[in-house]
Design a protein around this ligand. Structure first.
Ligand SMILES: NC(=O)c1ccc[n+]([C@@H]2O[C@H](COP(=O)([O-])OP(=O)(O)OC[C@H]3O[C@@H](n4cnc5c(N)ncnc54)[C@H](OP(=O)(O)O)[C@@H]3O)[C@@H](O)[C@H]2O)c1
Length: 283
């Protein structure tokens, strides 16, 4: 399989590159320095130079709070940038997989979101991704939109790394207990995305680790499995206001993924493997 990855230097992108290298796929790995999504001519050139079977569009402006004060940039990268890639994919005859987010939902449900549920984002980041989804489905009806959530992995900053750092320097940490979602290990996600490409997936697919928790429950498990004694205190979102409003509930149903016979491990199992990897790297 010939694959081009946009966002290859990111948290997920680096795992995608690793996964595809193991499988000996023909890979073109691009960061923003190689091709800025906002430059349609450059995007077209890198795809036309070596037309791939699949384009994995992991690149995005992912600073959820930053997007609130940089609406233009959020839409230029996450929506218009994605449109540039979709148009180039159509010209080259390549398939496109677009990474999207649980933040396209408003969080008012109390049962897992289905792919057919209506988008109603509460943040600029979520809006830019929701709009991109709609535009891409128009341009490329065969596009695969992989929505995921709460990423953690070895290739960059993430929630478990932050908790480990805080817990090693403080006797107590406070973590919000009124936002529920599914933590997702980039290694498991990369493997699932490549399986979806091989299965020629199209349409919207929800891809997260199995199970769900609040950020407080996630932090408690990180501290427990690491053998630390730091106290974790549950707090409310209202006590820790952030610029972007996050959904209170954004668990994504695995039904669409199971339709392709792809199964994701429980998040606790993924976390254990992540922590083993961290410990290995520190030795
Ligand atoms: N992180 C999460 O919790 C989460 C949750 C749900 C969905 N997602 C989605 O999953 C995907 C991967 O997220 P991530 O956490 O791996 O992202 P990340 O670590 O922030 O990496 C972002 C990547 O996008 C590239 N990029 C940024 N602006 C660009 C531009 N204008 N043109 C071209 N490339 C650009 C960056 O390149 P440089 O290194 O060169 O800047 C980097 O490779 C994103 O689409 C994100 O929206 C993430």
């Amino acid at each position: 399989m010939r694959v081009t990855v946009f966002g290859a230097s990111g948290l997920l992108g680096q795992e995608l590159v690793q996964e595809l290298s193991i499988e000996q796929d023909q890979l073109t790995a691009l960061s923003s320095k190689d091709a800025d999504l906002r430059d349609p001519a450059r995007v077209r050139d890198v795809i036309r130079d070596s037309p791939p079977d699949w384009i994995l569009l992991s690149a995005a402006y992912t600073d959820v709070d930053g997007c609130e004060s940089n609406r233009d940039r959020a839409f230029a990268v996450n929506c218009e940038g994605a449109v540039n890639v979709a148009q180039a994919a159509r010209e080259a005859g390549s398939r496109l997989m677009f990474l999207s987010t649980d933040y396209v939902f408003d969080g008012s449900k109390r049962s897992p979101y289905q792919t057919s549920d209506a988008r109603n984002p509460t943040s600029v980041y979520g809006e830019s991704k929701a709009r991109a989804e709609e535009r891409l489905l128009d341009i490329l009806p065969e596009v695969c939109i992989a929505r995921t959530s709460w990423l953690f992995g070895h290739a960059g900053k993430c929630f478990p790394a932050t908790i480990l750092k805080l817990a090693s320097t403080r006797p107590e940490i406070s973590v919000v207990n009124d936002q529920r979602g599914s933590p997702t290990f980039t290694r498991d996600l990369a493997s699932a995305l490549v399986q979806l490409c091989r299965a020629s997936a199209s349409g919207i697919v929800h891809v997260t680790n199995s199970g769900d928790c609040t950020w407080y429950e996630f932090a408690t498990e990180i501290v427990r499995v690491s053998g630390m004694t730091t106290a974790v205190k549950p707090v409310t979102t209202a006590e820790f206001p952030r610029p972007a409003r996050r959904p209170a509930y954004s668990v994504l149903s695995p039904d669409s993924l199971r339709a392709y016979n792809v199964h994701m491990p429980e998040w606790q199992d993924a976390l254990r493997r992540y922590l083993e990897g961290q410990a290995g790297a520190a030795r």
